[in-house]
Design a protein around this ligand. Sequence first.
Ligand code: RUQ
Ligand code: CUA
Length: 864
Amino acid sequence: MKSLASKLVAVALGITVSASVALADSALEKVMKERGLSEIDLLAAAKTYTPTGMHDKYVVFSSGGQSGQVIVYGVPSMRIIKYIAVFTPEPWQGYGYDEDSKKVLRQGNIRGKEINWGDTHHPALSEVDGKYDGKWLFINDKANPRIAVIDLHDFETKQIVVNPVFKSEHGGAFVTPNTDYILEAAQYAAPLDNNYHPIEEYKESYRGGVTFWKFNKDTGRIEEKNSFTLEMPPYMQDITDAGKGASDGWGFTNSFNAEMYTGGIEKGLPPFEAGMSRFDTDFLHVYNWKILAKLAEDPKNVKIINDHRVIPMSVAVANNALFLIPEPKSPHGVDVSPDGKYITVCGKLDTHASVYSWEKIQKLIKDKDYAGKDPYGIPILDMKKALHGQVELGLGPLHNQYSPVDGEIYTSLYVDSQVVKWNYKDLKVLDKVNVHYNIGHLAGMEGKSADPQGDFVIALNKLAIDRFTNVGPLHPQNHQLIDIKGKKMQLLYDMPLPLGEPHQAVSIRASKLHPAVRYKMGTDSKTGKIHPGKTLAGEERIERDGKNVTVYATFVRSHINPERFTVNKGDTVTIHMTNLERAEDETHGFTVSQHGIHASLEPGETATVKFVADLEGVFPYYCTEFCSALHLEMMGYMMVKDPDKKYTSAKKLKMKTMSPEQLKQEYDKTVGVNKATDDVIQSVVKFLKDNKFGDYPAVAALVTDALDQYGKIPAQKKLSDDAVAAGDMDKAILYEGMIWQYMVKTADAGIRAKDMLVRKLATKQSSAAIAGERAFNEGGCSGCHVIGKVSSGPDLTGVLSRHENGEDWVSKFIKHPEKMYDDPYVKAMIDHFNLKMPNQSMSDQEVKDIIEYMKWIDENANLF
Ligand code: RUQ
Ligand code: CUA
């Protein structure tokens, strides 16, 4: 017990085992006891715990289910990092509340109907050679058959396309290995046109299919005109996967109603669930999208339905592009192996997984070795001849993920609530782990790409039941992280997801993502182009054209320009807003009270809000992000006048004014403060220059941010000087105040740059010094001592050489300061700072480590 606990702490702190035994035995065991934790728990914690500032190895994109969004989280920490608004308005991001994002959201209107939610199921990452390239994310909407395109340059939704012929879908989004097409298979069969057809004509006029959305990798958009659909029988198509490697060019789609049952419980007929699972087998659809894409180019081969090209089944069959293979009844997942040679199908109602051999399928196709034809004339391949084999896995197998180990596959068991690891080549079961509860999909790390990473799988459970504190009858979903590195799987962590039912999640190595931190000034983030409303400093204005008022505004810490405007009741108001900031994370938000609009302006972004000012009155507008110390002051007024009304003005209140001497005094004081602040800035600048900050990109970026702010000062100084010349001291004081604001912002970024540079230049800390710094900070020393500076306690640089036998002296003083209060030196310090060094109950080890830290400080004294 002791040794394990010590080792774990040692690993967690990055220090050597012997150095940490003392700390571990006391503190760690106490916590374990108090919280009832086992050694296994500690090991799981060590595998997931991510200290502040450390980043995750993987990024997961999870469907947000009925929330119509995408949830982004990190692995192994399982920390949620972002929600991406997709099919549903999301006010924080301004999605659906500003004009630019409304244009994207409204692309999702169906037959004129505004739809403001989506049932998202399957996210998919863009691929090159079957491997993720980190550029795009696609996701489907089952309820309102649509696909959305998200740009991973800024994690924003750029496009929504509506399926022109389906009435629901489930087999999207799945991409072909080079992202040429995004596959979207229908779900509930329905007429492809928009007309009424009685259910009695189900077999004749209801259809399923797969839509092939053409993706343009240069524009990053789906080209609707170059997309087409393959008609399929009304078998209720389901999950889909694109072939890769050996099976590149092909697609695979399950189905679950070979019976073509049409329900009728209200008429005393057996319900859908009985009628649809009567046969022992359903059909796996196998089709060649490369042939189909060629066929679609010739108008003779297509029917135009709702302005969209549909290839009839007969055309596909005549061109050897569509086949069926029986699969165990009511299957769910179909997953192509990383090399494309095996296709694994899971039957929800069957305890087996069925592994089809691509080589065998190809041979059957080539030899035209058919077991028969379905009622629509589609050739059926013999199931037994196409199978590589079947494995009994357990109850309710659903979905699969791969690992880099050859033949290794992970499958979710819905009914058994388990993940099973097995081998699809030699067909052996290897290991099982319990999950909680009723797992649907599972997500491996890049686990469905041609380059799966192993490491972890995440169980996406349908039920959470008792896993979390009860928050009422609607429970959160439960994503469970499982370590798959060892022989036995280990369940590590439960993450509740309280935002819809996420169906599938895909993950990618974080190192493959390269999102921007700022936009090119004036960018419309939705189009990626320069926004027509882009406004730079000095270009702010209010334009009127009849009943239309257009405001061109800028945002920078901590003001909105303009700060006031007046319109007539009934005017249409358009406000174009540009965030002039270039500093990382300096977002401003915007709303006008009581008008239902909101925008989020990321650094460099321009966005537009538009509304009718139909209420008379005074409406404050303000920045909605706490962006700076003077954020509350970042506001303005919109005043709405009724043009048909006469207004009488209020009597002016008499106020005392300051004398010219008082004003001069205040002005001098403000200028003095600015001078002192500037001296600090100059000393930081000198340090940065002397130490060649330009050699360190991260530091240079912060310096750019700082200089951005500093560059704004001369213009303000001129305004101040002009005001002095005009004798308006009041105004001059305000401009001097503005200069100070910019100086503070400069210093803020500048000092952060300096700290970062110091870390880069300093000698490497020994593990003892690292532990010492931690103890120094966590033990509260840093509350009074600032390195390199006298603050509420003396500067500790050089403390070890200040006393004879310095190390010994400092150790004793930390351990028992109270015993030394009468020492003349200590007494003088107590008097000077009016504070006594308290006893912080440091252990001997901690004191030792702190001394090592002090030595490191002295080594680098020139930097502090
Ligand atoms: S679903 S639990 Cu992919 Cu929509 Cu299977
Ligand atoms: Cu900008 Cu608050």
